[in-house]
Design a protein. Sequence first.
Length: 413
Amino acid sequence: MSLNPQRTIAELQELRELTADANGAQRLAWSPVWLQAREWFAAKLRELPVEHHLDAAGNRWVTLAGESEKALLLGSHLDSVPNGGWLDGCLGVMSALEVLRRFATQYNGRPPVTIRLVDWADEEGARFGRSLLGSSACAGTESIEADRGRTDRDGIRLEDALRNCGVEIDRFPEARQERKNAAAYLELHIEQGPVLESLGLPLGTVLGTKGVERHAITFHGQEAHSGSTPMNARRDALAAAAKLALNIRDIARKHSDAVCTMGSLKTFPGIVTAVVGRCEATLDQRDLDAQVLAGMYAEAQESSRRFAAEEGCTVEWSKIWNIEPVPFHPTLIGFCEDAVRETAGQVKLLPSGPLHDAAEVSRAGIPTVMLFVQSLRGISHNKIEDTREEHLKLAVAALDRLAGKTADWIQRS
Ligand SMILES: [Zn+2]
């Protein structure tokens, strides 16, 4: 039997039936529903000539041994955010399974190179606020001491939640062993944004994941009575923050794919009868080009100081988190372009704003590329997340072509 993308759609629907309620998918990592989803997935492996196990970080590895030990990795994640969609993550896992089945059938259970499927544990970080947990353990970029004491809403520690699922956080570094013989990593994912839909294209080749600069910015002014303080005597911290909130849009617009977001703003004392004495804002800046990102960060800092001075305020910055841009592998980007062109005609190259497990794999030095399929309305992390069936079928077919080209490349090199 050859590739059957219709089966992937049927299996995704099956998974939705099993793990979604009226509010959407509930496959929160380390929860009973997630474990149920993983058991359902393991049952799909029974009739295949594969070995599978969980690594020290709870990632599931499925291995179809080939003539060569050099391995082509395909993967994504079965976990979801609470009230999530039916495609985020699981599309990548189930399409990888379909491609693995195709290799198993075509080569009578022994393809020229080894094919490995990985279902990463806790990509979303929805419960403990730590995204890419399993893939970072495999990549060797894990932060065990910072993570073990993280708690969920009910005060349960990450370390204990993992232990309940048979995973010891102190053994995370052992997951790095899975990188042995890894020659390439491919991941199909929904775009989760509106770009492909706006261009009328089903598929896109991903150039890499954008770097992120995430900072807290506090403007200090002077609390004062709203009735008695003349306009020209005010030191209004909100006015300075507001100027910055508008200015970051101009900063981002100088670059074609850059984004800047002020997602949170708090005023103190925050009452109707007082000029704002302190304003706490957050800034999230992203771009695929490290120089562009650094430039936008510097520009926002400079603007904030200028606006603070104009309003008689001061400003301080503190870093919340940052990550470098992760450009994908040029050869694999080329294969992905070819696969998309052969499957769907036109090619669009685009960066990914969201982070993905693929970024961790790439940081570990394994040649990596991602394939995006159009998201309807650009909506994700929501029960209305959707993609047209015909686009899903094209996506599975394109991933299969990409996998074929990559396996040939691995065999040659
Ligand atoms: Zn995802």
